[in-house]
Design a protein around this ligand. Structure first.
Ligand code: AMP
Length: 355
């Protein structure tokens, strides 16, 4: 067991890291944040930090020396960085989960190999392959970058009327995946925590509404039939087990009109759709991560309230002024100075009593 007083190393300095630092601090841990950006949200929350690139071996070695366990809050940390650190200190979740999650083709191949349904997909690296994929899969799809895509970055919608030559030119990468478009009834996600001993605890499935491919609202719990909720939880725990994951796994899924549950993406880290757990659950996702990676028993993922979480994106940050007057709204701001369009600046959770 890595006991309170020890130091948790966090790769990545964004809001997920910031909220991990806050939860770890409550349990008496120190956190050391490693991130190339100087004034990042997570660094504001702790006095221990390194500002260096993810490829800087000397800085990584010093970081490994200074911490007792390493985790990450940013999925695009290079796999080599995680592997280098794993030679010195436990990295949880392990580099394998990271490598799978950061490559959409590896991710879908892996999911299929363990019997999990996904949207149809094909790798495409040039215009001819895009044409062949559209001919085979049907005219409606989404062309995505295989790596480094998040919040809808690097995505191009494909329809029957799309000029494929122009779409391919505009895509601007040779590393593509065409996914069949899923006509979903709703999008849901499940976050599961898994400890070293294989014990797990999962949060209730939640419903996610996106605007411009970015998460806008999470409704907890999801408004789906109990059988769908149970299937979604079973899918998430099955994936965590097959990855032999220690830490947190978020699984994003589509629920189709005929009741299929298809996995869209997995993320081996805290997730935006779990922010509601801070205010509405006995143990929030960040504390659960700390417990899992430090070998502490997992806490209860049960909720004492239902909740609706709304992201404050870009200029929406100003909405905190309204929310602060409502006693049932909990405000979380991430300390970012520039409110650029599409940038997640904070979130507000509205609690709904279950009584
Ligand atoms: P992603 O970056 O893969 O999470 O995609 C962002 C959002 O785009 C998803 O949450 C969906 O709302 C939408 N989306 C992504 N892939 C598909 C798909 N194959 N079919 C329909 N909608 C999708």
């Amino acid at each position: 067991m890595i006991e309170p007083g020890a130091t948790i190393g966090i790769l990545g300095g964004g809001q997920l890291g910031r909220m991990t630092v806050l939860a770890a601090s409550a349990l008496g841990y120190r956190c050391h944040v490693y991130c190339p950006i100087k004034d990042s949200p997570a660094k504001q929350a702790t006095s221990l930090s390194t500002t260096a690139s993810y490829g800087n071996k000397a800085a990584l070695a010093r970081f490994a020396n200074a911490v007792d366990v390493v985790t990450f809050e940013f999925e695009n940390v290079p796999g080599d960085t995680a592997e280098f650190l794993a030679e010195h200190k436990p990295v949880r979740p392990g580099p394998n989960a990271l490598r799978i999650a950061q490559d959409r083709i590896k991710e879908k191949d892996f999911l299929r190999s363990i019997g999990i349904a996904t949207a149809p997909y094909r790798a495409v690296s040039n215009e001819a392959e895009l044409r062949a994929a559209v001919a085979a899969m049907g005219p409606r799809g989404i062309l995505k970058t295989v790596r480094m895509g998040y919040d809808g970055k690097g995505q191009t919608g494909i329809r029957a009327e799309t000029n494929l030559a122009e779409a391919w030119k505009g895509f601007g990468s040779t590393d593509g995946i065409l996914e069949g478009f899923v006509e979903f009834a709703c999008e849901i996600s499940v976050i599961v925590a898994r400890g070293e001993n294989g014990k797990w605890a999962s949060y209730a499935p939640v419903e996610n509404q996106h605007v411009n491919h970015i998460l806008d609202t999470t409704i907890a719990p999801a408004r789906v039939a109990p059988a769908i909720a149970m299937r979604a939880e079973a899918i998430a725990t099955h994936i965590a087990e097959k990855l032999d994951l220690v830490g947190l796994l978020a699984v994003e899924m589509f629920v189709t009109h005929d009741g299929q549950v298809l996995v869209n993406e997995i993320a081996p880290r805290p997730h935006n759709s779990g922010h509601w757990t801070i205010d509405a659950c006995y143990t929030n996702q960040f504390e659960q991560l700390v417990r899992a990676i430090c070998g502490l028993p997992l806490g209860s993922p049960e909720r004492h309230s239902d909740a609706v979480m709304k992201n404050l994106i870009g200029a929406d940050i100003e909405k905190w002024r309204e929310a602060i007057n409502d006693p049932l709204q909990k405000i979380h701001l991430y300390g970012k100075d520039k409110a650029e369009p599409g940038r997640k600046m904070g979130h507000v959770t509205r609690l709904i009593s279950r009584r």
